[in-house]
Each structure stands twice: as structure tokens, then as C-alpha cells.
Design a binder for this molecule. Structure first.
Ligand SMILES: NC(=O)c1ccc[n+]([C@@H]2O[C@H](COP(=O)([O-])OP(=O)(O)OC[C@H]3O[C@@H](n4cnc5c(N)ncnc54)[C@H](OP(=O)(O)O)[C@@H]3O)[C@@H](O)[C@H]2O)c1
Length: 316
């Protein structure tokens, strides 16, 4: 009887101690994150880094290669399916005096990703900054989406990230340092009518990179950054039309690339662009979906892809 009560007392003390220390840690890390958001952190150097950017030949990937090249990393590697844009970006990176190579590599081809990864390790060295950027978008309603498009979108936008992790994260672990960048999207946090495969694939990358972050906690010098950008001024979302485009104008590729590189230099875990998204996203959890619907209707979010969907229907 006495041993029972001393056990209960011991459990109560243990519980209270763990609870107090947990609450303390929650406040400490919240405060630390807030302070680091307000006061700029010291940016790290990438002088010893080998940076690999998938989809580095054009679009945001190309801009990231150019932005990184100004920081004089050890080497930049570009991946893509088409040789011409890769060649052009390599020349532009090299014009900044940075060594650069490219590989024609379809990120969906798992065996090719592993083989090219091995080739890079043997000829250039371990990749220490991996930017999973390659992506595609083909709008369609869930029930009209073709099996081919669904599989392709998930293969490029999500599964390919895992093949790249498998190819390059062991090298980061053996080096004891590294950085994994996931180019997701605002559509990896909130959904859009007519973009189910794209949203699904981007939500998937958010989940995978968060799980990887938890699994790599014993390696404090391996960082992860998840990038969630709103519409960018290029071809990918050219058919997306909001009601008042001037309210939140599309971002430039240069802006997204610069913000991403800065997030890497500051080891930021997640960034959203533009900043107003930091206010919009919490609203999605605070307010009921029915209350957000009129706002989305007012902004034209619910019908943003309608012209694309109608065009597609006409073609079919
Ligand atoms: N544009 C936007 O509004 C927007 C907004 C938020 C997030 N994002 C995300 O940002 C990333 C870059 O998009 P972007 O705007 O720069 O689009 P983009 O101009 O269409 O570029 C896409 C890049 O991905 C590469 N790629 C596509 N499929 C590939 C494959 N199977 N294997 C290897 N490379 C492949 C392309 O290279 P090749 O053609 O040579 O293969 C190209 O370099 C994507 O993940 C996208 O989802 C874009």
C-alpha cells in the first residue's frame, strides 16, 4: 500500500517536472524564433558547398543558380531534361567565375537519379545543398484529370524528391552538414479548385520534408528549408486569373530565387511569399471553411482556373 502511494507520488513529481520543462522549452523556442525573425541572422557562407538544383536550366531554378553563383560556392550542378537551357545557364553561372556542370536527368527516372548521383559523388564530391525544384502543373478537375497526368505530376513534383534524398542525404550525413531545400508552393498549404494533382503533390512534399526534418534531428548541421511561393510571373500559372490581380500581384522569378537563397543562408525552416500569406494561412485554421468561402469568392480564388478548365473541355 505504502509502495503504491510512493509510486503515485513519484509519477506526479515526474509528470510535473516534465510538463514544466516542456512548457519552458515551448516558450523559449517560440521567443527565439520571433527574435530571429525580427533581427536578421548572420548569413552562412556557401564557399565550400556543392549545390545541386533540379530544374536548374530555366525558371526559378535558373534564377537560383544565378543568385547562388554571386556567393561563389565551390560548384553548382544543374539538372533538367533539355540540354539547351542547361547549357545557357551553365555559361551564365561560369561567367561569374563559378565552376558549374549540368546533367540531363529526368528526375522521375529513379535509376538514372541514383546513377547520376554516384557519378557526381565520384567526379565532383558530395552534394551539400540540394534544391528539389523541378516541377510541372497541368490543371484539371479531379474527375477529369487523366491517369497519365496524375502519375506524372506526383512523379515529378513529389516522388522525385525522395529519390534525390536517397541519392544525396547519405553524403550529407557522412559530411555532418548539408541543406535540403524543398520548392513547394502556397498550393502545398492550401488547395485550389482545378489543381488537385498539383496541390496533392505539393502537400506531399511538405509532409515528406517535415518527416525528414524530424529524422535528421540528430544532425544539427543538416538544415531543411520549405519554400511556399504564390503565383510567379512565368508560364507555369499563366492561365490562373484572379478577380483583382493588382491586389496580390504575381511575384518575379528573381524575387522568389533571392528570398529562397536568403532563407538557405539564414537556415530558415519555412518561408512563404508574399508576406501577407503569413496572415492568410493561420486564418485557414482559425476561421471555419464556410466563413473563408466568401473571401475566396470575392478574390476569385474559387474560379481562378476556370478559363483553363473551359479551354480544356473544348479541346476534349
Ligand atoms: N511558377 C509559379 O507560379 C510557381 C509558384 C509556386 C511554386 N512553383 C514551383 O517552383 C518550381 C519551379 O517552377 P518554375 O516556375 O520555375 O517552372 P518552369 O519555368 O516551368 O520550370 C520548371 C523546371 O522544372 C524542370 N523539370 C520539369 N520536369 C522535369 C523532370 N521530369 N526532370 C527534370 N527536370 C524537370 C524543367 O526543366 P526541363 O524542361 O529542362 O526538364 C524546368 O527547369 C516548381 O516546383 C513549381 O511547382 C512555381
Amino acid at each position: 500500500m505504502e509502495s503504491d502511494s510512493s509510486y503515485v507520488l513519484w509519477e506526479c513529481c515526474r509528470f510535473t517536472f516534465l510538463l514544466i520543462s516542456t512548457v519552458f522549452k515551448v516558450f523559449y523556442y517560440t521567443l527565439k524564433t520571433l527574435v530571429l525573425k525580427i533581427f536578421p541572422r548572420r548569413e552562412k557562407s556557401v564557399a565550400d558547398d556543392v549545390i545541386l538544383i533540379t530544374g536548374g536550366g530555366r525558371g526559378i531554378g535558373r534564377q537560383m543558380a544565378l543568385t547562388f553563383s554571386k556567393l561563389r560556392p565551390k560548384h553548382i550542378i544543374l539538372w533538367g531534361r533539355k540540354e539547351e537551357p542547361l547549357q545557357k545557364t551553365r555559361e551564365d553561372v561560369q561567367s561569374h567565375g563559378v565552376s558549374c556542370s549540368y546533367f540531363v536527368c529526368d528526375v522521375c527516372d529513379r535509376e538514372l537519379v541514383y546513377k547520376t548521383g554516384e557519378e557526381i559523388k565520384n567526379s565532383i564530391g558530395d552534394v551539400t545543398i540540394l534544391v528539389n525544384n523541378a516541377g510541372i502543373f497541368n490543371g484539371a478537375l479531379v474527375l477529369n484529370d487523366t491517369e497519365e497526368n496524375i502519375q506524372k505530376t506526383f512523379a515529378i513534383n513529389a516522388l522525385a524528391h525522395i529519390w534525390a534524398y536517397k541519392a544525396f542525404v547519405p553524403g550529407m550525413i557522412s559530411q555532418g552538414r548539408g541543406h535540403i531545400v524543398t520548392i513547394s508552393s502556397m498550393l502545398g498549404i492550401m488547395s485550389l479548385r482545378g489543381a488537385s494533382s498539383y496541390c496533392g503533390s505539393k502537400f506531399m512534399t511538405t509532409g515528406i520534408s517535415e518527416a525528414l526534418h524530424l529524422e535528421l534531428q540528430e544532425y544539427p548541421k543538416i538544415h531543411l528549408t520549405s519554400v511556399h511561393s504564390y503565383q510567379v510571373q512565368n508560364d507555369m500559372f499563366q492561365d490562373l486569373k484572379l478577380r483583382f490581380p493588382w491586389l496580390i500581384p504575381p511575384l518575379s522569378e528573381e524575387y522568389v530565387a533571392k528570398a529562397t537563397v536568403r532563407a538557405v543562408l539564414c537556415n530558415e525552416k519555412i518561408i512563404m511569399m508574399p508576406r501577407i500569406m503569413y496572415m492568410l494561412v493561420p486564418c485557414l485554421s482559425i476561421f471555419p471553411a464556410k466563413a473563408m468561402a466568401p473571401l475566396f469568392r470575392f478574390l476569385g480564388v474559387d474560379s481562378a482556373l476556370d478559363s483553363l478548365l473551359v479551354q480544356k473541355q473544348k479541346k476534349e
